[in-house]
Design a protein around this ligand. Structure first.
Ligand SMILES: Nc1ncnc2c1ncn2[C@@H]1O[C@H](COP(=O)(O)OP(=O)(O)OP(=O)(O)O)[C@@H](O)[C@H]1O
Ligand SMILES: [Mg+2]
Length: 250
């Protein structure tokens, strides 16, 4: 579904990605792990088109999208969330979701021709979708609260729901479990499994190893911008090089 091939990315003196190659199989939950500063977020930024790679190629669904801007990759079904949530604090939780919706009739030039009835129908469908998504991530009871009052973990869940409003085919989640309490992490794991079973392809960057062990397959280990190894969780977690990378070679 998605390939990053030989990706390099340098920021001044920092080589954030060094010949990194990852393959995301269709229908998988592919996990990217590695110590802080390994280049995981940079990899997401390059894959989704936020930053161009210095060299290397990105293939999405068989076509080369290396030069394609982010919004066109998004239009092809590729959506990502951010490590630091990007909700709009003064809008309500529900409004944040409505705003995430792409391709709404009301926002195009055509609505005058389509008529108010069509717009109303689309709006009520969107509201149903908002409710169902908020229920799925456990935020429905907070739908009318301004997003700024949410806790860090709740903001992560809102970010996930916002991403799902775009009806992605490929979803990149940067640390979805960060700041989320352990009970909710369990639910989040279940939810991500359901999304995968519904046909979504998912890539997660995650430090929570319970989550990676539960759903990550394959798992890629990044260290100092390069892929150290990849395989099943059992394979990579028994690898001495992986343990060394996390311990900083100690
Ligand atoms: N926009 C940028 N400008 C300069 N340096 C950057 C930029 N983005 C990332 N870096 C650097 O690139 C390296 C990789 O950072 P990145 O954020 O990709 O790591 P990460 O694996 O996501 O870490 P974490 O687990 O802490 O989120 C770091 O040394 C970081 O300081
Ligand atoms: Mg990061």
């Amino acid at each position: 579904m998605l390939q990053g091939i030989g990706l390099d990315k340098r920021f001044g003196g920092v080589q954030a990605l060094k010949d990194a190659t990852v393959e995301v199989p269709r229908g998988s939950v592919t996990a990217i792990v590695g110590p802080n500063g390994a280049g995981k977020t940079t990899l997401f930024n390059v894959l989704c088109g936020l930053h161009p790679p210095d060299s290397g190629r990105i293939m999405l669904d068989g076509s080369d999208v290396t030069a394609m801007p982010m919004h066109l990759r998004a239009a092809r079904g590729m959506t990502r969330t951010f490590q630091i949530s990007r909700e709009l604090g003064e809008l309500t939780v529900a409004e944040n979701l409505l705003l995430a919706r792409q391709d709404q009739t009301g926002e195009r030039l055509l609505p005058a021709l389509l008529g108010v009835a069509t717009i109303r129908r689309e709006e009520s469908l969107a509201l149903l979708e908002v409710r169902s998504l908020l229920e799925r991530v456990g935020l429905w009871s907070l739908a009318d609260m301004p997003a700024r009052v949410l806790s860090g973990g709740q903001k992560k869940l809102l970010e996930l729901a916002r991403a799902l409003m775009t009806r992605p085919k490929l979803l990149l989640l940067d640390e979805p479990a960060a700041g989320v309490n352990p009970t909710l992490v369990k639910e989040l794991i279940g939810f991500i499994r359901v999304l995968r079973d519904e046909g979504l392809t998912i890539v997660i960057v995650e430090h929570n190893m319970d989550m990676v062990a539960a759903i990550g397959d394959p798992v890629y280990v990044l260290a100092e911008g390069s892929v150290l190894t990849h395989g099943s969780f059992a394979e990579i977690s028994g690898d001495r090089r992986v343990i060394d990378a996390y311990l900083g070679g100690a």
